[in-house]
Design a protein around this ligand. Structure first.
Ligand SMILES: Cc1cc2nc3c(=O)[nH]c(=O)nc-3n(C[C@H](O)[C@H](O)[C@H](O)COP(=O)(O)OP(=O)(O)OC[C@H]3O[C@@H](n4cnc5c(N)ncnc54)[C@H](O)[C@@H]3O)c2cc1C
Length: 568
């Protein structure tokens, strides 16, 4: 009998889940699909936050601009039996980031960590911070290796799930013992890195998951290794090409897309999902449902049973939304040659900045700006000699008194702060060169993508014990219900949400009695990790591990539906 799977939401996680299901259904039927997969997206475009808009030949990726851990999307494409190069042209960026500081210092985070360390030593000859950076990276690699063995592509919801299948490999056990569960990412980075500019740079890896490095568990230092060893990538034509590739494969494999119509309810009978009801009144029967809608909204808005509401309350008690953000998209009729593809214009005081966003819940008085300058790599994104400049500022998730969109509201005030900062950093004449201007605000993110609190990255990763975990992909609320996306395991950011979609699809296959093909899942080419780790161990002489024993504890220390949410 043919199975029917419904995926609610065509964000990156939903697309990954739906595409993977079509692959697995075909592989289970030896080329002939054993079921139908229907992807239902309330917006007209697929990709969710990986959205795009174009005006007057200026093209903007509206959401994610940096791709890390590209092996995850490559794995989805390869398992479908296709060649990655037929779908994506991935470019590895060097420098990964150019970082500007208020005191005039400029740091290029180079693609090769050894080159970066050597450049740091030349730039700060008295502090010689290169070795400290490599020490931090060495620790990050251990956390990456640990995660690859026990966490990636596993349907886990917490440390207890992880302990059920403890790692047997001696190296991995050693890594587990060094998780520094009493510490945070910032606490761990600061042990090895004392040079203040480099400290601030190292704290910003956590911005990929919209969380404070001062509140997130040390294991998430792995993000530094994910970028340090496996690169910071751009896909020619815009990062949107990742979503488009998945959409293409999904359709090529016979998947059905329903766009412009939301799911109103997930139908549950006797504790088991039976299908979905759409906002236009239609019902679709299904054996399994994967929800890429925010997990808490899935439970309250789409199910609403006492069990679902209680599951939502348990999540809300444990987690808060990750940060939100404002984006200013500026089409400029000139370019600024001192910028690189990815730039940060840092705040003066990162402690104060993270406190504002993550503790006080107010926009940072002195924010860090992230700039994406795509023409640096891809001239097709703006007219010749011009730039599609993207400026992202992280903000707190929405509070009741935050009115971003009112005339003279929070956004209008912040726009001035942003432009003044751009002017201080070598773009004095920017206001005279703006040809196209749009914005995205936290309220727009909430409305457009149905994201609780306008959170860009689902649930925050705060909390030393549970911060590294998110709700499991297999829901306990109804049989046949699975969860995928930034608010589900393993968490937010483009690589992780695609992994979330794949993991949810595999769990769903198991629920249907199909053993999934789990090939092509090496996230970081394990052999390479081993080699890099050995080299760094020699370099650092395992300094980090020894000082850890001595130390004990430390500081506690193309126009789309996007128009709805965007205003000129
Ligand atoms: C401005 C910005 C910049 C970012 N930069 C980066 C970056 O550089 N690198 C990085 O790794 N990450 C970045 N991120 C984060 C990254 O975009 C997200 O982690 C990821 O795209 C989230 O994917 P998702 O599938 O979980 O959710 P979403 O993209 O939010 O997808 C959820 C989808 O479900 C749909 N939906 C919801 N409810 C329903 C319903 N009831 N019926 C039908 N459909 C529904 C929504 O419309 C949406 O399309 C950024 C995000 C933003 C907004």
């Amino acid at each position: 009998m043919k199975r029917t799977a419904v995926v609610i939401g065509g964000g990156l996680a939903g697309l990954a889940a739906a595409t993977e299901l079509t692959t697995q259904f075909r592989s289970a039927g030896s080329g002939e699909s054993i079921g139908e997969v229907i992807l239902i997206e309330k917006n007209q475009h697929l990709g969710g936050k990986m959205n795009v808009f174009s005006e007057q030949q200026y093209h903007f990726d509206m959401g994610p601009t940096i791709i890390t851990m590209p092996e995850i999307v490559r794995g989805i494409i390869r398992r479908s039996g296709r060649r990655v190069e037929d779908y994506l042209e991935l470019v590895r960026l060097d420098p990964q980031w150019r970082c500007f500081f208020e005191d005039g210092v400029v740091l290029d985070l180079r693609d090769d960590p050894a080159v970066f360390a050597a450049e740091l030593d030349r730039q700060f000859p008295s502090a010689k911070p290169g070795q400290g950076y490599l020490e931090f990276l060495h620790y990050a690699r251990r956390m990456y290796r640990l995660s690859e063995k026990v966490f990636f592509y596993k349907d886990l919801g917490g440390i207890l799930d992880m302990m059920r299948k403890p790692p047997k490999d001696a190296g991995v056990l050693g890594d587990a013992l060094r998780m520094r569960m009493y510490s945070t990412v910032a606490g761990t980075a600061h042990r090895s890195i004392t040079e203040p500019h480099l400290r601030q740079l190292s704290e910003h890896f956590l911005q990929y998951v919209g969380s404070s490095p001062f509140l997130s568990p040390a294991i998430l230092s792995l993000i530094a290794a994910a970028q340090g060893d496996y690169g910071c990538w751009y896909t020619m034509g815009g990062t949107r090409m990742v979503a488009r590739s998945l959409e293409r494969i999904f359709v090529e494999q016979g998947g059905r897309v329903e766009r412009g119509v939301g799911v109103r309810r997930i139908l549950v009978d006797a504790g088991r999902v039976t299908g979905v009801e759409l906002q236009d009144g239609r019902s679709i029967s299904a054996d399994i449902v994967i929800s890429n809608c925010d997990v808490q909204r899935t439970y309250t808005d789409l199910i609403g049973t006492p069990a679902a509401k209680s599951a939502q309350r348990a999540i809300a008690a444990k987690y808060e939304p990750a940060c939100s953000g404002v984006v200013l998209y500026l089409g400029l009729n000139r370019r600024y040659e001192h910028l690189r593809h990815n730039c940060f214009l840092f705040s003066k005081d990162s402690n104060a900045e993270f406190d504002d966003i993550y503790k006080r819940g107010e926009p940072a008085r002195d924010p860090t700006l992230y700039l994406c300058v795509p023409s640096a790599t891809d001239p097709s994104q703006a007219p010749a000699g011009c730039e599609s400049l993207y400026i992202l500022v992280h903000t707190p998730y929405l509070r009741a008194h935050h009115d971003w969109d009112a005339p003279n509201g929070l956004f209008d005030k912040y726009r001035r702060t942003i432009l003044d900062k751009l002017k201080r950093f070598g773009m004095e004449d920017i206001e005279q060169h703006i040809v196209v201007e749009r914005r995205l605000t936290p309220a727009g993110i909430d409305r457009m993508y149905n994201a609780t609190g306008g959170a860009i990255y689902g649930l925050a990763s705060h909390g030393k014990l549970h911060g590294g975990f998110k709700p499991r992909n297999t829901s306990s609320v109804a049989k046949g219900l699975y969860l995928a996306g930034g608010s589900a395991n393993p968490g937010p950011g483009t690589p992780m949400v695609m992994m979330s979609g794949v993991t949810a699809a595999w769990s769903a296959c198991e629920g249907l009695g199909i053993e999934p093909d789990r090939s092509a899942t090496s996230v970081g080419q394990g052999a390479t990790v081993g080699k890099i780790m050995a080299t760094t161990s020699l370099l650092t002489g395992e300094l980090l591990d020894r000082s850890e024993e001595q130390q004990g504890s430390e500081s506690r220390g193309e126009q789309s539906c996007s128009q709805i949410a965007m205003t000129r």
